[in-house]
Design a protein around this ligand. Structure first.
Ligand code: 4AD
Ligand code: MG
Length: 467
């Protein structure tokens, strides 16, 4: 059998009949009668299965019995025009080898329960399902498209550290990194933890954002982007939060907030278009199975300009909606951060298109955002999407040394730990901007999945780090 080279099922399904082929994959289903068995084989290269037709006269009864859902096979045979509907070609099997058996009594995907919730409890095996095959292929296509987009624009892919001393977002929800013996923590004379004895000689954590180092890169080579894991120990058990997620953070010298908004809009539209152009089989499957508005919603964000609106205007819109009888769980007034329900109202009900919110109260945003002349707002921008809410957060950065230092002091942050960052404003400071796209939030939008745990292979959330 091995003298023949394996062809992936995606390619087989596009080939002309009349050739001998070798296929390998996992059995999705087996049906048929005494004379003939039909085996649906999938190898992950496509959502579609190839049908194997096995004439039982040619094979041992024992072998046929070992072909069960989940088992892995190598099949040699002739690619022929399919008799049945639903596929153009099928394989008339001549040799079948069971590479790995799969006990039907124990295989978790054999169970009737195939809800997404159940599949999360067998996340190590759920990758074998059609749903997760589709999600993984779309995830891969989006990662590739992100690199392609920035590469074509001449951005430099910058690798920023995962272990860091700084809390870039100032939210304080960081995972600590230590090699200290937790049962025997060294203390200093005052009784505080003596981090000088720790591995790095200081207190360190997993990064919540690569932005601060990204700014060092942008103010050196002009335009950079990061694309890596990000960690947040916020205890939010929502369908939109992970403790470990991936973020893409472009940072551009000489960009003001308008340039920044234009890039963000071009970027997400490019990614949605790329998915439509390259992942249609998988999108159609997810559209049919989980979300019949998926493909239409994706198309709907492409043709139109995103709506720009200031935070202050948005508060007025929401207050008017409340006065008109719209009910929200959380209150809205100037100075509070919007909840996802407010963001979705603006996008889905009021404007009916993606929204870019700008000019936020400075107290709800990070220290690095450029301060507006009004003294109370900053030049931040959040891109809001239907069904998701915030998908991108970014800003123009405060480029003025004095204003930046004053803000750091006002917030009671340590200037000492940030001297390296502040140096960008001391030596050849330039206007610059950037943003962060949550990779899994993007994937929620382009897969139609409702829960962020279902767009990352191995989700990390409060009380869950299995697999
Ligand atoms: O708005 P955030 O916190 O912005 C930053 O981290 C900036 N440093 C970005 C920048 O300007 N370079 O996070 C950016 C995006 C959010 O809009 C959201 O899409 C995603 O990251 N995000 C999360 N995704 C999943 N789980 C979480 N816990 C997330 N927190 C943020
Ligand atoms: Mg944000």
């Amino acid at each position: 059998m091995e003298s023949l080279k394996r062809t992936k099922i995606k390619a087989l399904l596009q080939m002309e009949p009349g050739v001998e082929v070798l296929a390998k994959g996992w059995v999705r289903t087996k049906r048929g009668n005494k004379q003939v068995k039909f085996i649906a084989l999938n190898d992950g290269s496509t959502i579609n299965n190839i049908q194997i037709v096995a004439n039982t006269e040619l094979f041992d009864e024992e072998l046929i019995k070992r072909i069960t859902t989940g088992a892995s096979l190598a099949v040699k045979g002739d690619l022929v025009e399919s008799q049945g509907s639903g596929q153009a070609v099928e394989i008339q099997a001549k040799e079948i080898e069971v590479l790995g058996e799969c006990d039907p009594m124990r295989f978790p995907l054999q169970k009737k329960d195939t809800t997404l919730e159940f599949l999360r409890s067998v996340a190590h095996m759920r990758l074998r399902t059609n749903t997760f095959g589709a999600v993984l292929r779309i995830r891969n296509a989006m990662a590739f498209a992100i690199h392609k987009f920035f590469n074509e624009k001449g951005f430099v892919y910058l690798h920023t550290p995962l272990i860091t001393e700084s809390d870039a977002e100032g939210a304080g929800d960081m995972f600590q990194v230590t090699t200290m013996d937790l049962k025997n923590i060294p203390l200093d004379k005052k009784g505080n933890v003596d981090f000088s004895k720790d591995f790095f000689g200081k207190k360190t954590s997993l990064t919540v954002s690569g932005q601060l180092e990204g700014e060092l890169g942008a103010t050196a080579v002009g335009e950079i982007y990061t694309f890596g894991p990000t960690f947040r120990a916020e205890n939010s058990n929502t369908p939109r939060h992970l403790a470990e997620f991936w973020m893409i953070e472009p940072e551009m010298a000489f960009y003001d907030i308008n340039d920044n908004m234009a890039l963000a809009e071009e970027f997400v539209k490019y990614l949605v278009q790329y998915a439509l152009d390259n992942c249609m089989d998988d999108l159609q499957f997810l559209n049919d199975k989980y979300d019949d508005g998926l493909i239409e919603r994706m198309r709907s964000v492409l043709g139109i300009a995103f709506q720009k609106v200031t935070y202050t205007e948005a508060v007025e819109i929401l207050e008017k909606a409340i006065a008109d009888g719209v009910k929200f769980e959380y209150p809205v007034h100037w100075g509070t951060d919007f909840q996802s329900e407010h963001e979705r109202y603006l996008v889905e009900k009021h404007f009916q298109k993606p929204v870019i919110l700008i000019d936020f109260p400075k107290d709800i945003k990070a220290f690095y955002m450029k301060q507006n002349p009004d003294g109370r707002t900053v030049r931040g921008m959040d891109v809001l999407f239907p069904k998701i809410g915030e998908i991108i957060g970014g800003s123009e950065r405060e480029a003025d040394l004095e204003k930046l230092e004053t803000r750091i002091d006002e917030l009671g942050m340590s200037r000492k730990n940030l001297e390296w960052y502040i140096d960008t404003r001391r030596y050849g400071s330039v206007p610059h901007s950037g943003f962060g796209l949550g990779f899994e939030r993007l994937l929620l939008f382009v897969t139609g999945m409702a829960n962020i745990r279902d767009v990352i292979p191995f989700p990390r959330t409060p009380k869950n780090a299995e697999f």
